[in-house]
Design a protein around this ligand. Structure first.
Ligand SMILES: Cc1cc2nc3c(=O)[nH]c(=O)nc-3n(C[C@H](O)[C@H](O)[C@H](O)COP(=O)(O)OP(=O)(O)OC[C@H]3O[C@@H](n4cnc5c(N)ncnc54)[C@H](O)[C@@H]3O)c2cc1C
Length: 539
C-alpha cells in the first residue's frame, strides 16, 4: 500500500524492518518529529515515524480542494538561508532538495488605526530606519529595544544547550552558564517595553508580531519576543512548491536511510517497561517496539494522552500539564479567480490592526450568533500562491489567500467529540456566521478582491483538533510565558529512560523553532554523533 513516489504509506513497504527492528520510533510527523527522524537517520539509525493523520507534516501539511491548495501553518519562515546554522542544517537534512524563496524586501506589512502603514523589511538597518521614520522621537527607544533583542536572543543559546541535559544536571548547567537567559525569560515583554518607552503606539508596533508566538505582551516572556524579532531580521521565506515539500524531502531522507513513515498510525500509548520506553501501541492494538521512542506530538499531548496510567500522577507530568496552551485560531481559506496583485495582494503578509491595544488578543465571538458579531482585533492575511515561484495560475488565473485570527477555545469546546463535517445544525449555523463575518471584514480591508472570490472555507479550532490534535486546539502548542521557559521538565530528555520529546514545545514556536526541538531531541539521544554533525555545519 505504498503511495507511489511518496516516502510514506499506511502499511510498511516490503524490506523495512519487522516490529522489533527499529532503532527509534518518532511519534508525530510535524516539523519537530520529521527533523529529529531525518537527523537520526543521517546519524545511521533506522527510524519509524508514526502519524495519525492521512497526510504527514503536522502544521506543515497541505490540503486541497478542486483547483486550489493551501498550507496550514507556514506563511513566513526566517533563518533558512545558508547564513544561519538552521538553514545549513535543513539543507543537509533534505539533501539540498528543499528550496526557499524570499518574500521580497518586505515580508510583513502592517496597517494600524489612523492610517499608519509600516513595512518590516529583510535587513536590520532598514528595519531600524522604518521604525525611526514612523517614530521620529523614538530613535533612542528603538535602539535600546534592538540591542535588548540581540542580547537576549544571543543569551538563549546557552539556555537551550543546558536543556539537552537530564533535569538535575540541566538545572545546574542552566544556573552556571545561562544566567542572563534566565533573567531575560523571567521578564514579560510588556515589562521590557515599559522600561524602554512611554509611547504606547511605539510599544504596540514593537510587539505587533506577537501573533507569531501567540502570547500577548503582558503574558509573554521577553525571550520569545526577542527570538521572533531576531528570527525575521533577514526577512521571511517560503518553501518552493509549497509547505508540503518540507515533509516530502525530510521523510525522503528518513526512507533513504532505511526508515519509513506510516500515516493513519494513531498511537494510543507509549509502552514503558521497567522504567524504560520500549515502543508504542496503536489504537488498533498493534504494538511496535524500538530501542528508543521520541514523542513529537506536543508536550501536553504526550503527558496527558500517551503515557501509561501509572505515570500520570508524577510531579513532572503535573508540572507540564499545568502549562497554558497558546490560543486557538480560525482560518479563512480563500480561492480567487483573477489577478489579485492588482487588488493589492503580494508575497508579503498583511496585518490589519483595528486597535492600538496590544493586549486585545481574541475575536470576541462569545455571543455569536445571537448578537451582532464584532470585528476581530487583528486580521493576519497571506497569499500563498504569490509566494511560490512554482505556482501556475492557469487559464482561470487562480490564486489563494488565508486570513487568520485568534478565537476563544471555550466557544467551540461544546462540540468536541462530534464528527468532522457532521457536527450538527447549530454548529453549522455558528460557523457560517463566523465565515461570513470574517470574509466581510477581510474584503473591507482589501475591497479590490471582492469580485474575485471563488472559494471560501473556514477552519475552526475543532478542525485543528481533528487534524493535528494540540491541547485545546492551540495554534502553537504551549504559550511562551516565563513559566514555560522556567519549567525544569520541558526538555528533550524525559525522566523516563529512552523517552525523548521533540517539537516546538521543547524549543520555540514556528517551523524553525520546532525544527530546533527536533535537533535538540536527536542531539540528546545521540550526543556524540550529533555534535560532530553540528560542528560540521557551524562557521
Ligand atoms: C495557522 C498557523 C499559521 C502558522 N504560521 C507560521 C509561519 O508563518 N511561520 C512559522 O515558522 N510557523 C508558523 N506556524 C507554526 C508552525 O507551523 C508550528 O509551530 C510547527 O509546525 C509545529 O511543529 P511541531 O512539530 O512542534 O508540531 P505539530 O506540527 O503540531 O506536529 C505534531 C504531530 O503529531 C501528530 N500526532 C498527535 N498525536 C498523535 C498520535 N496519538 N499518534 C500519531 N501522531 C500524533 C499530529 O497529527 C501532528 O502531525 C503556524 C501555525 C499555524 C497553525
Amino acid at each position: 500500500m505504498t503511495t507511489p513516489n511518496k516516502p510514506w504509506s499506511r502499511r510498511l513497504p516490503e524490506g523495512t524492518p519487522g516490529p522489533r527492528g527499529w532503532d527509534t520510533i518518532v511519534l508525530g510527523s510535524g516539523m519537530g518529529g520529521m527533523t529529529c527522524a531525518a537527523m537520526l537517520a543521517r546519524l545511521g539509525q533506522r527510524v519509524l515515524v508514526l502519524e495519525q493523520h492521512y497526510v504527514p507534516g503536522g502544521f506543515t501539511h497541505v490540503f486541497k480542494r478542486p483547483g486550489y491548495h493551501w498550507d496550514v501553518g507556514v506563511h513566513a519562515v526566517g533563518e533558512v538561508t545558508d547564513r544561519s546554522l538552521t538553514g545549513r542544517l535543513l539543507a543537509h537534512l533534505t539533501g539540498g532538495r528543499l528550496q526557499w524563496r524570499s518574500l521580497g524586501p518586505t515580508y510583513d506589512e502592517f496597517d494600524f488605526p489612523g492610517g499608519m502603514h509600516l513595512e518590516f523589511p529583510d535587513n536590520p538597518q532598514q528595519f531600524r530606519d522604518n521604525l525611526c521614520t514612523a517614530f521620529p522621537d523614538g530613535a533612542a527607544a528603538i535602539d535600546a529595544y534592538l540591542q535588548r533583542v540581540r542580547d537576549v536572543a544571543g543569551a538563549m543559546k546557552r539556555y537551550y544547550l543546558a536543556r539537552m541535559f537530564p533535569t538535575r544536571s540541566g538545572q545546574l548547567a542552566e544556573a552556571l552558564f545561562a544566567r542572563p537567559a534566565r533573567q531575560a525569560f523571567a521578564t514579560t515583554t510588556a515589562d521590557v517595553l515599559a522600561q524602554i518607552s512611554n509611547d504606547e503606539r511605539l510599544r504596540t508596533v514593537l510587539c505587533a508580531q506577537w501573533a507569531y508566538h501567540g502570547s500577548p505582551p503582558s503574558r509573554s516572556s521577553f525571550a520569545i519576543q526577542a527570538l521572533v524579532t531576531k528570527h525575521f531580521m533577514y526577512g521571511g521565506y517560503y518553501p518552493v512548491g509549497g509547505s508540503g515539500r518540507i515533509a516530502a524531502e525530510l521523510l525522503q531522507t528518513v526512507a533513504d536511510h532505511g526508515g519509513w513513515t506510516r500515516i493513519n498510525a494513531d498511537v494510543a500509548q507509549i509502552l514503558v517497561e521497567d522504567g524504560s520506553a520500549v515502543g508504542v501501541r496503536l489504537t488498533d492494538g498493534e504494538e511496535i517496539r524500538a530501542r528508543r521512542v521520541v514523542s513529537a506530538a506536543g508536550a501536553r499531548t504526550t503527558v496527558e494522552r500517551l503515557l501509561p496510567p501509572e505515570y500520570t500522577t508524577r510531579a513532572w507530568v503535573a508540572s507540564i500539564r499545568n502549562l497554558a496552551p497558546a490560543p486557538a485560531h480560525v482560518c479563512l481559506y480563500l480561492g480567487f479567480k483573477g489577478d489579485i496583485r492588482q487588488a493589492g495582494a503580494g508575497p508579503a503578509n498583511r496585518w490589519f490592526y483595528n486597535t492600538w491595544d496590544h493586549e486585545a488578543d481574541t475575536w470576541h465571538i462569545e455571543h455569536v450568533p445571537r448578537d451582532t458579531i464584532p470585528g476581530a482585533p487583528v486580521l493576519y492575511c497571506s497569499f500563498p500562491s504569490l509566494k511560490d515561484p512554482n505556482h501556475d495560475p492557469g487559464p482561470d488565473v487562480r490564486h489563494t489567500g488565508e486570513v487568520v485570527t485568534f478565537v476563544p477555545w471555550d466557544r467551540f469546546a461544546g462540540w468536541l467529540g462530534t464528527r468532522w463535517q457532521k457536527r450538527g445544525g447549530d454548529y453549522k449555523e455558528f460557523k457560517d456566521a463566523l465565515q461570513a463575518s470574517l470574509l466581510e471584514q477581510f474584503l473591507l480591508k482589501m475591497p479590490g478582491l471582492r469580485g474575485m472570490v471563488d472559494h471560501v472555507e473556514l477552519s475552526t479550532p475543532l478542525s485543528t483538533d481533528h487534524f493535528v490534535r494540540p491541547t485545546r486546539g492551540s495554534i502553537y502548542g504551549l504559550e511562551p510565558t516565563p513559566a514555560r521557559f522556567a519549567n525544569p521538565h520541558l526538555r528533550p530528555r524525559s525522566p523516563i529512560h529512552n523517552l525523548f520529546m521533540a517539537g516546538s514545545d521543547v524549543a520555540t514556536v514556528g517551523v524553525i523553532g520546532a525544527m530546533m526541538g527536533g535537533v535538540l531531541a536527536a542531539s540528546s539521544a545521540e550526543p556524540r554523533r550529533a555534535l560532530a554533525l553540528l560542528r560540521g555545519m557551524s562557521r
